[in-house]
Design a protein around this ligand. Sequence first.
Ligand SMILES: [Zn+2]
Ligand SMILES: [Zn+2]
Length: 211
Amino acid sequence: MILERIVVGAYGANCFILADENEPDKPAMVVDPGGEAERIYKKLMDEGITCQMIVLTHGHGDHIGGVEKLKKLTGAKVLIHHEDEVMLKDAAINLTAAMNGPKVAFAADRTIGEGDKLTIGKISIDILHTPGHTRGGICLHIPAEKLLISGDTLFYGSIGRTDFPGGDYKALINAIQTKLMKLDDETVVYPGHGASTTIGYERRKNPFIQG
Ligand SMILES: [Zn+2]
Ligand SMILES: [Zn+2]
């Protein structure tokens, strides 16, 4: 499996390319193309990777700014949790109306929810619904690789903000405790901003998760 991180946009969002290098044309998903679609696309082209789907961990502007252009370039379908779908269509709700840069409003091609499985080549990805940062926030779990893409739900030593519309501190803590903390300690976590971590490290050191 190929996992590449590209830091995009003014807010330094982590965009991930997840590809199966053992299949012809290296099928892939791009997670959270928050901006700089041409740069992401060039990386795909340079490495012979085929983007089959664009998956959004949630509907905030810093994670969705490059979606429309990347979709145009690749023809990939756009997926988001059904409770965050509404955010894509409204620049006020996805916060791009208040951010520097273009206002973003578009429709998803497909909505997803808790327990759904996505497949890229031979890689199986489980969708975990982790509300709290937004109502429809998700994490992507790849059990075979012990790998989690956590969006703005869980960060290295921290957790997502809950002061935006749709935010809910209790829901966020509950989602982290019941869905993420049951994963193996060795699971490597790739958040929507900043450095990677592990479930074991966060279980022991994250001040929001203790007790
Ligand atoms: Zn966010
Ligand atoms: Zn973010």
